[in-house]
Design a protein around this ligand. Sequence first.
Ligand code: GLC
Length: 795
Amino acid sequence: MQYGYFDEKAREYVITNPDTPAPWANYLGSPDYGAIITVNAGGYSFVKSGAAGRILRYTFNQFDEPGRYIYLRDEETGDFWSASWKPVKKPLDQYRTECHHGTSYTEFVSEYNGIRSKALYYVPMGATHEVWRITLENLTDKPRKISVFGYAELTTESFYTQDLVNMQYTQFITRTEFHDDFILEQINEFNYPRPDGTTGRERFFGVAGAPVVSYTGRREQFLGRNRFDAPQAVLDGKCDNSVNYNGNPCGALQVSFDLKAGGKGTAAFLLGQKDVFEARKIMDRYVKTEETVNSELAELIRYWHGELENLKISTPDPAFNAMVNTWNAFQCFTTFVWSRAASLIYCGERNGYGYRDTVQDIQGIMHLDPELARKQLTFMLSAQVHHGAGLPLVKYSHNAGHEDTPEQESYVKETGHPSYRADDALWLFPTVYKYVAETGNTAYLDEEIPFADKDVGTVREHLKRAINFSMTHLGPHGMPAGLHADWNDCLVLGDQGESTFVAFQLYYALEIMKEFCENEPEYVRYLDETAKNLLKILNEKCFEGDRFIRGFRDTGDIIGSKKDKEAAMWLNPQSWAVISRAATPEQAEAILKTANAQLNTPYGLELMQPSYRYEYFEGARMRLFNPGTKENGGIFCQPQGWAILAEALCGHGNRAFDYFRESSPASFNDDADRRVIEPYVHGQFIEGHESPFAGRSHVHWLTGTASTVMVGCVEGILGLRPTPKGIEISPAIPEDWDGFTMEKVFRGKKLHITVDNLAHKEGKPEKVIVNGRERVPGVIPESELKDDNVITVVM
Ligand code: GLC
């Protein structure tokens, strides 16, 4: 079943049937003031932290309530409905609706009984409040009187768990008051008031553009004994002008419009955590409602569409275009900014950045906004401990140079992380490389950045210490020890266990460093010898002809041998053998073939097979999951990006694109009930063939999948591969494509690229013509590029 479509021009996903199999969501604002909004206006808002700064109540895992509800009521008949389909849920043959999820805004356009409503939700750029603009239009030829009720269910306390469970306390700390055009919620009012009598904990919910007809600050009054589909106040046609004192606060405001035939009316509900003075100021800004809202929306769209402008592709596959041009890209910005902070799955309890997650997230926006990427990269380098490891959790309040580390009890107590992971700092190598390659800014390598606990060093020095950390934590075979975990959080290998995935990462790091340290022959010699040695170990101890094993347990036993009954074949060691350039072309062919034969499904590649059931070991924590789920044989989505990239690097365009298509959200657009979550954003995993729900996806939006699949598409399938000296363009595409075009901004220069595939090949182009000059495929040096370049790639 299909519930919506991609509107590429507007960069929107338009939901035409709101009865979606899960609450399909969008992100508004930033973590400074964040809002998640679903297809039925469900979701919540928070200031800085989803868990500790919650201002709107939301019940997790209860489908989709409450939300930012706008009720409409025909004052003549008493009939009422909502601006989004739910909560009132009018029959869909009478109620026509579209939910437009856009880049940082969501708009509901609905029509019922001769009234068209548009409810637009957004957080203005740089602001810490939200706007719900409602516009009504009378489509009939007689006058209509329509009341509009805005409803916001405010939390009693900023800590969302307190709000939900500590009711003997939190129900008795708030009251609401009414100020002409807004309701103000006071919390712990007499506790530490500021000199002006405010606390900074107040929330306001107001309405601009039309006078308040009635109000209530009590949820019990608004709802009565009913639920959100039929609140008593809406049934009655008015709120009772009451305020809350103990119990559940809310903001509920009624305004009313007399609409002539064809007439229009507009109001805007405003919400935020603001004291009475700040609230007043914000309210006053929206007196000219239409004007203010329109200019704020235009600014938002200008910003976001601007961010997405640096790469525009037009291929024969519209779903691929929509993902690369807009939705995968927007998701990358979302993970970049929000990390794993808050979603309908993550409630915001984690108070920091995961090291590897964030360093990977940075890669996802590199081709679009490398300077924004650099800021976060510098921040993450400053979260590297002086000995080179990454802090397992980087606090939002991170203070470089002064942080405790897992060696100290205080850090462990605060973060719950007792030890280092083997892979964390190794993610820095591809990310730094991608930054330097995208921008040509090699001077970045000489920039001085503090370490988390002590010392300062150049970026190059930071990277050297990361290598040193791996080299001083080797296992018995001389490969990196597994430590607390590698990329796979569920694989606890310990100091005596060893990971091939990390070994490939280290190999890749050594190769990158050779390029970064050209002027240090001695060090390059060391890197070279270390790499050769590592390669020898990998080939002698870890290669089984058709696969690389996953590693060694602390007992020395092999994990991921073809002889094993369970977990015999693993995806990541194969893709990373190729990405790291450690595999020979023959090895690459063989291992990718095995991955395809043993792991591929109609919905992507399973992480390993067969799932653990009986033959597990202590450190194999994925056994806790049902077979075919998450790390236990599920189709983990992040590794799909690596598989796409690995295939593309080998010139296997058909398979690279198959892997994209199989797991891409957009591929499920007309089979959305199978996938369940949004067909426009990646989830963390898809259930594998051992599950009765194969193809169903989970953990929407905030996942490393966004960046790895983006990189897989951009560097892999599209073949846009910047290097410090220039850019290589080497697409790996389905052989049935005749060709495609790309518009890319590279170091401020415009590249108009046409790929000609009339030869119907799947990779490894024959020639590249740059501004009329033919050249053999390879890196096009920056010096050959003008401000505007016409480039033809002939496959
Ligand atoms: C989750 C984690 C990520 C980890 C992956 C595999 O996506 O956020 O850090 O690498 O699971 O375990």
